[in-house]
Design a protein. Structure first.
Length: 191
């Protein structure tokens, strides 16, 4: 097709370099925005673990109250487990809801516990009560004490347990706490 001046009009085929660069820039900005809005899988794992642990502690309180038992929560680098004081020693509980659990790989925990205040003032009496029975022929077993105790009355150690990610860029950690020795709270802490 020719115009009045006799030149050919060419149909535009393809995109210019500027159009392609602008499109790529827009896609990049949108991708960055979505990555900040969508929660990280590690955050979800820590959140789920914190909620699960809070529910298990509440269940352990009910379990101790109904059975008039002394329970303990022992935290390790691998996970946590509930123990029961039976036959003069701490024994793992094989009860649904109170079995040992593993931490997610990225989780870090920190606990501050005031177990001594829960048990009373006389440290010698407490140590004598929780000392294992002495068997003259057996070697004494070294057993670590749980960081958190739950008594048969439903009372629990005053504690603050913080669960967070090893990732320095994680924006949130979770705090389980009992300020009054009975009620357990769970809250997100933005860092």
């Amino acid at each position: 097709m020719t115009s009045a001046t006799g030149t050919l009009n060419r149909a535009k085929a393809g995109f210019t370099l500027v159009e392609i660069m602008v499109t790529i820039a827009i896609i990049g900005v949108l991708a960055m925005t979505v990555s900040f809005v969508v929660p990280d899988e590690q955050d979800d794992q820590i959140s789920d673990t914190a909620e699960d642990l809070a529910q298990r502690i509440l269940y352990a309180q009910e379990y101790a109250l109904v059975r008039h038992a002394i329970l303990g929560l022992q935290l390790t680098s691998d996970g946590y487990e509930f123990l029961q004081w039976r036959e003069q020693q701490w024994q793992p509980i094989d009860q649904r809801g109170l079995r040992a659990q593993n931490w997610p790989d990225s989780l870090v925990w920190d606990i501050e516990s005031e177990t001594e205040e829960l048990l009373g003032q006389d440290e010698d009496a407490v140590e004598a009560f929780f000392a294992p029975e002495e068997d003259p022929g057996a070697e004494p077993k070294e057993q670590s004490m749980p960081q958190l105790w739950i008594l048969g009355s439903g009372d629990i150690s005053v504690f603050t347990l913080t669960l967070s990610s090893r990732d320095v860029f994680a924006s949130r950690s979770w705090r389980l706490a009992s300020a009054d020795g009975y009620e357990v709270t769970l809250q997100a802490v933005n860092e």
